[in-house]
Design a protein around this ligand. Structure first.
Ligand SMILES: Cc1cc2nc3c(=O)[nH]c(=O)nc-3n(C[C@H](O)[C@H](O)[C@H](O)COP(=O)(O)OP(=O)(O)OC[C@H]3O[C@@H](n4cnc5c(N)ncnc54)[C@H](O)[C@@H]3O)c2cc1C
Length: 377
């Protein structure tokens, strides 16, 4: 058994660690405060080949493996979740459906722009009435004169409304008990995108409500066979959970880093608070759990890279690291005392950015349902 990273995976980790510290850390607080989308950082990440890391080079990606991708997302989240979710949603949710289910022609049409980061992609699954029960989608697509005419709405969709958003892949009902995935390009008449939604965290990321009113797209924009949309989105979510799991580890590590540093600096009762056993035990527990969480995420990523089943491990990784990141930001803020409650201290942003990791791409409860199913219950 070899637990060492390859030279390439180490290079990804070191490059992203440096990029996050030098380029993201200095602006993260301002982007969050102004709820401003990080266009400049996305362009720089695109230059580094990060906007299509696991997409093969022939389609404009970097041809990296899933382990490298998970490491990259962890390193970004360690410093800022908004940038990390922008990359993760674009890659795992926006680009992957086209890569996994598209025809050669569709891949050649869409992937070069997406994998190079010239355009961003979104995945529109959630609807006002269909969240955890994503199969309850009410958006319809009716085939009329060689076009899919889409009617309905989506909510909480990441990356759909930026200046560089190119398309959204949506799930739509294409018949009785039949769901299909259809690509809707931005700018299609009848496709309306709301103003950015105001939210607790991930403030610099783009989150929108989408409305489709007699929105007609070519018949060829169907992804894969008609009626396969349900299976397709489950597969997309399985892969997406590895990246959200990586976000959980990254956020926990980031919170730990802040608490570790603060505990050495802050003095009370005549000595650094790091000298108190109560503080040491919290940091010791966190360091231990972060190792465990990282191992779960990397195992799921490694299984995927081997072409082996990974859905159970991805759900476990996502559940465990979601709850771990909750403990991590909570304890880290506690170690910061009142200062942690102030906006000048990064932990307050990490604290707000955490909660969604227990909700997006399947809530903790949904992960437990998935795991229980894999256990044969
Ligand atoms: C910032 C943000 C970005 C997002 N980005 C995207 C995106 O890009 N694309 C996209 O499609 N979606 C996106 N989502 C949607 C996200 O995936 C959903 O919010 C999530 O799946 C939960 O759905 P819901 O919010 O409707 O909650 P609900 O499904 O209404 O759940 C409410 C509560 O009920 C619980 N519950 C529901 N069913 C069960 C059950 N059977 N057993 C036990 N408990 C249950 C849930 O666990 C939860 O605690 C995003 C959401 C947010 C907030």
């Amino acid at each position: 058994m070899d637990l060492d990273l390859t030279a390439e995976q180490e290079l990804v980790r070191d490059t992203l660690r440096q990029f996050a510290l030098e380029r993201i850390a200095p602006v993260a607080e301002e982007l969050d405060r102004e709820s401003r989308f990080p266009y400049e950082l996305v362009a720089e990440l695109a230059e580094l080949g990060l906007m299509g890391l696991p997409i093969p080079e022939e389609y404009g990606g970097a041809g990296g493996d899933t382990v490298s991708y998970a490491i990259a997302i962890e390193e970004l989240t360690r410093i800022d979740s908004s940038v990390a979710i922008t990359v993760a949603a674009h890659t795992s949710l926006g680009t992957m459906p086209i890569y996994l289910f598209g025809t050669e022609e569709q891949k050649r049409e869409w992937l070069p722009d997406l994998a190079s980061g010239r355009k961003l992609a979104a995945f529109g699954l959630t609807e006002p009435g269909a969240g955890s029960d994503a199969g309850a989608t009410r958006t319809t697509a009716e085939l009329r004169d060689g076009q899919w005419v889409v009617n309905g709405s989506k909510i909480f969709i990441t990356n759909a409304g930026t200046d560089i958003s190119g398309c959204v892949t949506i799930t739509a009902r294409t018949g009785e008990d039949e769901i299909s995935n259809i690509v809707v390009p931005n700018g299609t008449p009848g496709y309306e995108i709301s103003a950015p939604m105001r939210k607790l965290g991930w403030k610099a990321s783009d989150t929108r409500e989408l409305a489709f009113r007699d929105c007609a797209v070519p018949e060829d924009n169907l992804l894969g066979p008609r009626g396969q949309g349900f299976h397709q989105f489950l597969e997309i979510l399985d892969g997406g959970r590895i990246s959200v799991g990586a976000m959980g580890v990254g956020l926990a590590q980031g919170a730990y880093d802040l608490a570790f540093a603060y505990a050495q600096e802050r003095e009370q009762f005549g000595r650094p608070i790091a000298k108190f056993q109560a503080i040491q035990f919290k940091l010791a527990d966190l360091a231990t759990e972060i190792e465990a969480g990282r191992a779960l995420v990397l195992k799921a990523a490694w299984l995927k890279d081997q072409g082996r089943p990974f859905a159970r491990e991805a759900a476990m990784a996502k559940l465990y690291t979601g709850e771990l990141s909750n403990r991590a930001v909570n304890w880290s803020l506690q170690i910061h005392g009142g200062y942690g409650f102030m906006d000048e201290y990064a932990i307050s942003r990490l604290y707000r950015d955490q909660k969604i990791l227990e909700i997006g791409e399947g809530t903790n409860e949904v992960q437990r349902l998935v795991i229980a199913k894999h256990l044969g219950l």
